[in-house]
Design a protein around this ligand. Sequence first.
Ligand code: KIV
Ligand code: ZN
Length: 510
Amino acid sequence: MKDQLIIFDTTLRDGEQSPGASMTKDEKVRIAKSLERMRVDIIEAGFPIASIGDFESVQAVAKAVKDSRVCGLARALDKDIDRAGEALKSANASRIHTFIATSPIHMQMKLRMQPDEVIENAVKAVKRARLYTDDVEFSPEDAGRSDLDFLCRVLEAVIDAGAKTLNIPDTVGYNLPQQFGELIKNLRERIPNSDKAIFSVHCHNDLGLAVANSLSAVMNGARQVECTINGLGERAGNASLEEVVMAVRTRQDMFDCDTRLDTTQILAASRLVSGVTGFVVQPNKAIVGANAFAHESGIHQDGVLKNRETYEIMRAEDVGWNTNRMVLGKHSGRNAFRSRLKELGIELESEEDLNSAFTRFKELADKKHEVFDEDIQALVSDTLTEDNERVRLISMRVCSETGEIPVASVTLAVDDKEVKTEMSGSGPVDAAFKAIESMVQSNTELQLYSVNNITSGTDSQGEVSVRLEKGGRIVSGQGTDTDIVIASAKAYIHALNKMLLPADRAHPQV
Ligand code: KIV
Ligand code: ZN
């Protein structure tokens, strides 16, 4: 029997810390459900003290998820731990993850604490967290640049205080694989009570080594990896879940452990996260990129046709690539639509949500003869309205003609009041955005605008991503439609709604 490698997903916490990747409560619940379907062991749902919104999101995930353990992050402060404990109250299984920095630079410059004070605070935090749950994880932040003897002292003390998981973060992505593996080995060998805790790793990708460092740690006894879907995360991101999981699964000859994940759910989760955040997956990204299993060159194609193992080390279907993508058409009924949603792992909460998704599906099937899985996934994301949407698109008309200035007439509901205006612009999208901005008056700056087609062909739905900035805060929005001007307006409004949410949000590491 091999050991279990525990997968701790932090897409909803560290992933969300990437500028522009902020998610609403409903989006977080949708992603959490998809991680649960994948059988992720632990879902870090957020940092409850950060804001009311973050608290409610962790609470909502804790309520919605039954099969994965739900975790909340807390600094080594009483108020953080109490807030996390409160947010996790209704979880089937909960964990509090508390942390304090241990590197000389962080202790001196950020915390302004003496090393002994850091140990004292760490122990106090773990003991307090144990009042809420018997599953407490402790992280010495910036462990990758901390003194080994000091790390051993902190970790020995927190195990005695009741920490069951010791997470070793390479917070700034500075370590190299061999060095990081040795760090884990040394900690396990030198800490007298190390056998009472599970060693975990949390690697950032600043040097592109997050996955390599995590795997090296696993080879040296780490039994939990913290990672994110698509490698989302602060700066260059975290270790990518799909790469860690598939490396361990594919190279079972090298690892004495394996995860219990259902890897066929990987692609759906990747698409969901990319759709929600607007962080597009590069085509050559391992496992989930569009080209990850495509064989362009004639020699490769010939080899794969004779025997797929000539050039393929994994099976595309094992990570959720589906060769039979065409699903429904305009004659498909409600039941067929409902069962396809089920097969795609999409759960709609109410009959009302199902009805509006089905109406959108019928409209789409009228415009587009073949409706693919990707269309359905996008359509569902686009149909679900958020509780706190202050701006809604009611209708839009755009005139665009050679030699004439494009004009957009847009009707919106802003705080449930109908408003209408007409504006011109350098193009139809510009005119539509100007009309919307003149009614919402958000004073935001457009940082990014991109359009992709969801499937191939000119009848494909366009998926638009918009990133807005205001006073250093960045949000992104997505919209889909066969008409890319309408998709653009939807994406812009989606981002505006996020920007209109309260912004008083603390960052755990600042
Ligand atoms: O990178 C880091 O050190 C973290 C900690 C909060 C675990 O995200
Ligand atoms: Zn991190």
